[in-house]
Design a protein around this ligand. Structure first.
Ligand code: ADP
Ligand code: MG
Length: 253
């Protein structure tokens, strides 16, 4: 049960691409301390919605508010700095850099050191702190012993865990996860669920886009279902799963 205040609010949000109404007037209130699920069949507008909220796309209309104030739009970096970070459905790692370096690059938004100095490990106190923080984040997602492994040599599951460590480097209030269990083998799905729970226990509110209904059922307090860019149902995972419009939407998928 979540009774926190509205933390992140989407108000009549729209994003159109030419004639395609990818997100077509969606209003959602994400409460502080919740894990808020976002489901819907392929093409229902989930990724577009997240792309707008996270600052990658500007909205065609409507507003996104954090603590009642408008979030910046048109820049992932500015939105992350305002407190909303995300992961991507398709991974966005620096494949040639090590796991540690990938997190340090993400920390660059937090520390002022020029990136080349951070990566060369020239020993300014701030750089050493960044390295220690990066290691702590890798440890948090269970990758401490692979800190020196190039991202391209990590297993696919480990790459997905690394993406979460990178997003946490932004110290978000809200973390948006776009299909964090996509393509994972079952043991890694279990690990990923545990990582998401740990992030939540840290006090981070989570918006979880997920195709796997069992993952949604295990993690979410509230679920919003989209179809055709519109909200079709909202409630507890159980309520939404049973909702006739949701069942109908997935049958056509
Ligand atoms: P989901 O993540 O739920 O699968 P998307 O948000 O990716 O859905 O897509 C919603 C709709 O918007 C689809 O019809 C898709 O083809 C369209 N769409 C998404 N991104 C773009 C884009 N950059 N340009 C044109 N159409 C897009
Ligand atoms: Mg998507």
């Amino acid at each position: 049960p979540v009774d926190g205040a509205a933390l992140l609010e989407l108000r009549d949000l729209k994003r159109h691409f030419g004639g395609v109404k990818a997100v077509d007037g969606v209003t959602i209130s994400v409460r502080a301390g919740s894990i808020h699920g976002l489901i819907g069949p392929n093409g229902s507008g989930k990724s577009t919605l997240v792309n707008v909220v996270s600052g990658l796309y500007t909205p065609s209309a409507g507003a996104v508010l954090l603590h009642g104030a408008p979030l910046p739009s048109g820049s992932l970096f500015k939105t992350a700095r305002a407190g909303v970070a995300r992961t991507f459905q398709n991974l966005q790692l620096f494949t040639g850099l090590t796991a540690l370096e990938n997190v340090m690059v993400a920390l660059k938004g937090v520390y002022r050191s020029p990136l080349p100095l951070v990566l060369l490990g020239l020993g300014r106190a701030e750089d050493r702190r960044a390295q220690a923080d990066a290691l702590a984040l890798l440890d948090f997602v269970g990758l401490a012993d692979q800190a020196r492994t190039p991202a391209k040599d990590l297993t696919y599951g480990a790459q997905r865990f690394l993406e979460i460590a990178r997003a946490l480097a932004r110290k978000p209030e809200v973390l948006i996860l776009d299909e964090p269990a996509a393509g994972l083998a079952q043991p890694d799905v279990v690990r990923q669920i545990e990582i998401i729970r740990r992030v939540h226990r840290r006090g981070v509110s989570i918006v979880l886009i997920e195709h796997h209904m069992d993952v949604v059922m295990q993690l979410c307090d509230v679920v919003t279902a989209l179809d055709g860019g519109k909200l079709i149902a909202e409630g507890t995972p159980d309520e939404v799963k049973r909702h006739p419009r949701v069942i109908e939407a997935y049958l056509g998928d």
